[in-house]
Ligand binder design. Sequence first.
Ligand SMILES: Nc1nc2c(ncn2[C@@H]2O[C@H](COP(=O)(O)OP(=O)(O)O)[C@@H](O)[C@H]2O)c(=O)[nH]1
Ligand SMILES: [Mg+2]
Length: 165
Amino acid sequence: MTEYVKVALMGSGYAGKSTLIKLLTDKAPKLECNYQPTPGMNCGTLTIDANTKVSLIEMGGQAHFEFLWPDFMRGSTMVVVVTESNPKAVLKTRQLLEKYKDQLAGTKVIAVANKQDLPGSMRPESVQDLLGVPTYGMVAVDPRERLNGYKLIVNGLREMVQVAA
Ligand SMILES: Nc1nc2c(ncn2[C@@H]2O[C@H](COP(=O)(O)OP(=O)(O)O)[C@@H](O)[C@H]2O)c(=O)[nH]1
Ligand SMILES: [Mg+2]
């Protein structure tokens, strides 16, 4: 029987959460670059092995959806915090992690330092120093990053669920 593992994506609007879901779950060679704010939530499914699928659930990043976040976090096997990699965005993400630290306590949390292609991006290691959670660099608009993105989700889940991959 297929087991669904819930992974929630959180982070400010415009960080790249929807693009990351597209990268991981679509086969489209070119990723859409027109920004559309996500209303409320968005979801994609990732197949890990014959018995395991991951539900990637994006929490709408705009401030007026934030009240939904604790509900999304609850019951997630892992929370992926997606941030742009410029210093201002990273500091804002740090504040978000601080704000929700009680809800996140006991949940596996990793971060994606997205938009590494943009000038002025902090290196993932520096982002990790500020956020205090394992952090991986990403360019979610680049289809060549698909395997990297897949690996960071699977490796993040490895200690939480049995995966054959
Ligand atoms: N340059 C660049 N732009 C990106 C990257 N990832 C996402 N974007 C763009 O950033 C904007 C916001 O992305 P989106 O996934 O909608 O952000 P969300 O609000 O977190 O869901 C879109 O225009 C994306 O095309 C990236 O790695 N590099
Ligand atoms: Mg979105």
